[in-house]
Design a protein around this ligand. Structure first.
Ligand code: ZN
Length: 162
């Protein structure tokens, strides 16, 4: 009797979670942009992430917690949770920042020309929240020849399937 009650209770507890999770995943794939004010972003992200994601800062090389991460999993935008990269496309570029040769698909990243600091670079931002991720360069490995050089602070790592 006790077991039956426990099992039933377990399923009841699981249901709301599954629904919530499904809704989140649906949102990740959709085109709904997240638009918040600066104050709201600061509250949501905290000062360190706000500085990089919203003010286009750059973390110091070799200081990010995901630079040397070799675990299998997915890399999500720290601003909105959109899935951006997987561990399958991560490689060691020696640059001091997490590097990938390809995003999960071409809809999750937007590119902008960036001429700050006297350099001509291509900035990459999350297509959902517009958060600054880093830059893309054309000196990456095969098969794309691209190097997405991304701040650890802009990413959230989720261990699991690639
Ligand atoms: Zn985002």
């Amino acid at each position: 009797m006790y077991m039956i009650v426990t099992v039933k209770f377990f399923f009841l507890m699981q249901k709301p979670y599954v629904i919530a999770d499904w809704r989140c995943k649906e949102r990740y794939m959709g085109g709904d942009k997240i638009i918040l004010t600066d104050v709201e972003w600061l509250e949501r992200l905290g000062p360190e992430r706000y500085e990089i994601l919203r003010k286009k800062g750059t973390e110091r090389a070799f200081t990010g917690n995901l630079n040397f991460n070799k675990e299998k999993g997915r890399y999500l935008c720290a601003g909105c949770g959109q899935e951006l990269f997987t561990s399958k496309t991560k490689f060691d570029s020696g640059s001091g920042w997490p590097s990938f040769f390809k995003p999960v698909n071409d809809r999750v990243i937007d590119e902008h020309g960036d001429t700050s600091y006297g350099m001509v670079r291509t900035e990459v931002v999350c297509s959902r929240c517009g958060g600054h991720l880093g830059h893309v360069f054309s000196d990456g490995p095969e098969p794309t020849g691209l190097r997405y050089c991304i701040n650890s602070v802009s990413l959230e790592f989720e261990k699991g399937d690639e």
